[in-house]
Design a protein around this ligand. Structure first.
Ligand SMILES: Cc1cc2nc3c(=O)[nH]c(=O)nc-3n(C[C@H](O)[C@H](O)[C@H](O)COP(=O)(O)O)c2cc1C
Length: 149
């Protein structure tokens, strides 16, 4: 059975809700084995980062310090541990891509950090969704993952 990891960080629960609903979707619609890794929990429980033994998709909500995303406002806050986990050991080579989330009220900064990770690590932005995401977002992202793995 093929396995995919969903690696995420969630501060206020939106991304966590999306990843849980996406996991249920994938379990019903595919024969993938889905494993979730919440990087915030690793940090909170003092669990050292480790190398994954298979492919993963990363989920990154956007938390930027103020600004407008054009000439300022591109300093990442709170979500940096996800980048550290991706950079750990050979993990980056197993990353199929990143899914950004955010709030459209942030205009140019909407999902900006996911784009910055894609540039920094050299993997694609696979999709974006707003806040907790709607059912059609779950289906869109789920189908994309099924195609990739
Ligand atoms: C302090 C703060 C800064 C934020 N900055 C951005 C931003 O620059 N761009 C964006 O698209 N969303 C921004 N958001 C919205 C979050 O990305 C959005 O609420 C997301 O769903 C949070 O995910 P989480 O609940 O999994 O932590 C910000 C939210 C907060 C609280």
């Amino acid at each position: 059975m093929k396995k995919v990891y969903l690696v995420y960080i969630s501060l206020s629960g939106n991304t966590e809700s999306f990843v849980k609903r996406l996991t249920t979707f994938l379990q019903f619609q595919s024969d993938l084995q889905v494993e979730q890794v919440h990087v915030k929990d690793l940090v909170k429980q003092d669990i050292p980062f480790y190398e994954l033994d298979g492919p993963f998709v990363a989920f990154l909500p956007t938390y930027l310090e103020g600004g407008n995303g054009v000439d300022n406002g591109d300093v990442e806050i709170l979500t940096n541990p996800l980048g550290d986990f991706i950079a750990y050991g050979g993990n980056v080579d197993k990353c199929l891509g990143i899914i950004g989330s955010g709030n459209r009220n942030f205009n140019n900064q909407y999902c900006l950090t996911a784009k910055q990770y894609a540039e920094r690590f050299g993997f694609p932005v696979l999709a974006n969704f707003e806040l907790r995401g709607l059912q059609n977002d779950i289906e869109r992202v789920g189908k994309k993952i099924m195609e990739l793995v």
